[in-house]
Write a protein that binds this ligand. Structure first.
Ligand code: SF4
Length: 225
């Protein structure tokens, strides 16, 4: 039976994976178009169960019409629902956006707050959205974003065996150097989209194949099959 990797070995392997992915994806960053923290917050709410491409199409018009929290409250829900319809789950997202806008005005002077606890008070905002905003709008390293790509790659690379985003994030916080908390998910997402796809990952073309215990070149079994 293969010897279980020690924590030090695991951290060393992860550091090598990060080093290689940084070289492969020097421009890795959020794909959601935004010009300020409020726009990134709205775009991230819209991105649930949608694609970044779709959200960018919608926000290109949306952010011309709605520039600040007040603007989202001036229109009836039905109008906002129509404006964001194509991102899916438009009723819930409208509730979240209008609820968030209302609370931002009532409690935070219309500004996006800078702490995890305050962001989590906003309707429709969970840890993932809060981490995206803190890390990418403010450069605050409060945690590690865990989405579907980060989950899949963390499992394949054996950085976490946990099932829930919260527990996977806890594992990653322990393993990933704090300076890389914001960049790490972008690297995973870029690699997940291009090479380590959900179905039929391209292990033979993967820059971290040597560091990956799930590579089909080693196991003979296609991950995700
Ligand atoms: S070797 Fe295969 S499974 Fe492992 S990270 Fe690369 S593409 Fe994904």
């Amino acid at each position: 039976m293969a010897k279980r990797e020690s924590m030090d070995e695991l951290k060393k392997r992860l550091r090598e994976v990060v080093r290689r992915l940084k070289r492969a994806y020097p421009d890795a960053k959020t794909a959601l178009n935004h010009t300020n923290a409020f726009e990134l917050l709205i775009a991230t709410i819209l991105s649930a169960q949608s694609t970044d491409e779709r959200v960018n199409i919608v926000t290109a018009d949306l952010f011309r019409k709605y520039r600040k929290p007040e603007d989202f409250l001036k229109v009836p829900a039905s109008e906002l629902e129509r404006d964001i319809h194509s991102t899916g789950f438009f009723r819930n997202k409208t509730k979240s956006i209008q609820g968030t806008s209302k609370l931002l005005l009532e409690k935070f002077d219309g500004q996006v707050p800078h702490t995890m606890d305050e962001l989590l008070e906003l309707p429709g905002v969970a840890r993932k959205t809060a981490n995206v905003v803190l890390g990418n709008a403010f450069g605050i390293k409060a945690g590690v974003v865990v989405d579907t790509h980060v989950t899949r790659l963390s499992h394949r690379l054996d950085f976490s065996g946990e099932k829930t985003a919260e527990k996977i994030e806890r594992d990653l916080i322990e393993l990933v150097p704090r300076k890389d908390w914001v960049l790490f998910p972008h690297l995973m997402i870029f690699h997940g989209r291009k090479i380590c796809k959900a179905r039929s990952p391209l292990c033979a073309e993967c820059v971290v194949e040597k560091q990956c215990p799930s590579s089909y070149l080693k196991t003979g079994v296609m991950p995700g099959s």
